[in-house]
Design a protein around this ligand. Structure first.
Ligand code: HEM
Ligand SMILES: *[C@@H]1O[C@H](CO)[C@@H](O)[C@H](O)[C@H]1NC(C)=O
Ligand SMILES: *[C@@H]1O[C@H](CO)[C@@H](O)[C@H](O)[C@H]1NC(C)=O
Ligand SMILES: *[C@@H]1O[C@H](CO)[C@@H](O)[C@H](O)[C@H]1NC(C)=O
Length: 362
């Protein structure tokens, strides 16, 4: 009986090994957005989900941002001030809104370029759900109301002039400046047009997920023309905001046990996987280099954060953690501009316009 069961298990494992576990130990479930579950010494995706192919795409050249320039809206000279004021008020009321705006910009740029596709409630030419309903985004992204408020103020001042994609870029820049107390300050080139297509199905295989290994993180950034250093630099945004418990890992070997215990306690409460915890246990509302110290201290929440302590990225993590000469702040500013160059649309046409309302294409 026992021998029969053993044989059955071995057959089952062989089957799983050949069919489900082609990727080896680091499998990706839903592109890295669902936690793999351990089974008999291996890993599988839960709920009958098949492991996602790792999509090792060829690296793209660095995005040029051709057509964008600083001071683009000289025909609406107060445009950037108008956005800044709306963001200032929102962040004063709730610092988490600033975190939300910075993440919104990242999630916009990685899916169909920085074209405000993440703001659309539906898509031209498709009845499929739009990006904001994709697993990385739904019940998670925040800051939409801030963008709508800025857009309304801009339409009153200069109708049909400022794109939603640029408003989002300015807002992410301003949030960075306010939350860093002016240490992350930079000019944001503009001239982006708004897209008309937005598909939830394009989110999980472009946006890196919390259960991604270093190879996958590097590859998702490389697919957008961003290098490994850019990936490390931009990950520093996880010095802000929160993450839902479903994404948080507390049993990594070597993890700060006090923090792990606190997280387990907070996540054990009523909200289940939906309750959230601060990504930076120390200074959650300040955009600073604390994140990199947390990576070094094994005091980060996501497996994707912990992946940055690998040999390949550890040197840059150390440099940023040391905090000398505001090196991280300067490089973060440059990396935000670079991210803002991804696949931008700059000639008006069938797929590019200046929206009247950020949530719907014209
Ligand atoms: C390197 C790969 C990255 C992964 C795997 C990742 C993953 C995540 C996850 C899982 C959350 C929590 C979401 C939730 O609970 O619903 C989160 C939050 C956040 N991420 Fe990332 N992220 C990455 C890179 C970035 C980048 C490049 C930025 C911006 C430059 C960013 C900014 C943020 C911010 C600010 C939050 C907090 C949002 C809030 O409090 O509303 N992340 N990220
Ligand atoms: C998209 O949503 C807007 C706003 O809800 C609505 O007016 C429009 O008819 C929708 N378009 C399609 C194709 O469903
Ligand atoms: C571990 O985390 C706790 C917060 O939960 C913190 O007070 C402590 O300093 C951390 N220890 C190390 C070595 O980083
Ligand atoms: C999380 O919230 C969503 C929407 O409010 C709900 O559908 C889901 O069941 C919740 N999950 C948990 C674990 O509470």
């Amino acid at each position: 009986m026992a021998a029969k069961l053993g044989a059955l298990i071995i057959t089952l494992l062989a089957f799983l090994g050949s069919v489900e576990c082609q990727q080896g130990p680091g499998i990706l479930c839903l592109g890295g957005w669902v936690r793999p579950v351990p089974i008999l010494g291996g890993l599988i995706c839960p709920g009958g989900l098949r492991p996602s192919p790792k999509f090792f795409k060829r690296p793209s050249p660095a995005p040029s941002g051709a057509g964008l320039r600083v001071g683009y809206y000289n025909s609406c000279p107060n445009a950037e001030d108008i956005v800044r004021k709306v963001v200032r008020d929102a962040v004063d009321k709730e610092p988490g809104m600033g975190a939300g705006l910075i993440r919104l910009f990242f999630h916009d740029c990685f899916v169909r370029g920085c074209d405000a596709s993440v703001l659309l409630v539906n898509s031209s030419g498709s009845s499929d759900p739009s990006e904001m309903f994709g697993p990385p985004n739904r019940e998670s992204l925040r800051g939409f109301g801030v963008i709508d408020e800025a857009k309304a103020a801009l339409e009153a001042a200069c109708p049909n002039v400022v794109s939603c994609a640029d408003i989002l870029a300015f807002a992410a820049r301003d949030a960075s400046s306010f939350l860093s107390n002016g240490r992350v300050n930079f000019a944001m080139p503009a001239g982006r047009l708004d897209g008309r297509v937005s598909l939830a199905s394009e989110t999980t295989d472009r946006l890196p997920g919390p259960f991604s290994d270093l190879e996958t993180l590097k590859n998702r950034f490389a697919a957008k023309g961003l290098n490994t250093n850019d990936m490390v630099t931009l990950s520093g945004a996880h010095t802000l905001g929160h993450a839902r418990c479903m994404f948080v890992s507390t049993s990594r070997p070597g993890m700060n046990a006090t923090l792990a215990g606190e997280l387990r306690q907070r996540c054990g409460g009523g909200g289940g996987g939906n309750s959230s915890v601060n990504l930076d246990y120390k200074t959650p509302d300040v955009l600073d280099s604390q994140y990199f110290q947390n990576v070094k201290d094994n005091a980060v929440l996501l497996d994707s954060d912990a992946a940055l302590s690998a040999t390949e990225t550890a040197a840059l993590v150390d440099t940023y953690a040391a905090g000398l000469g505001s090196r991280w702040e300067m490089e973060f500013a440059a990396a935000m501009v670079k991210m803002g160059n991804i696949e931008v649309k700059t000639s008006p046409g069938a797929d590019a316009e200046i929206r009247k309302k950020c949530s719907i294409y014209n």
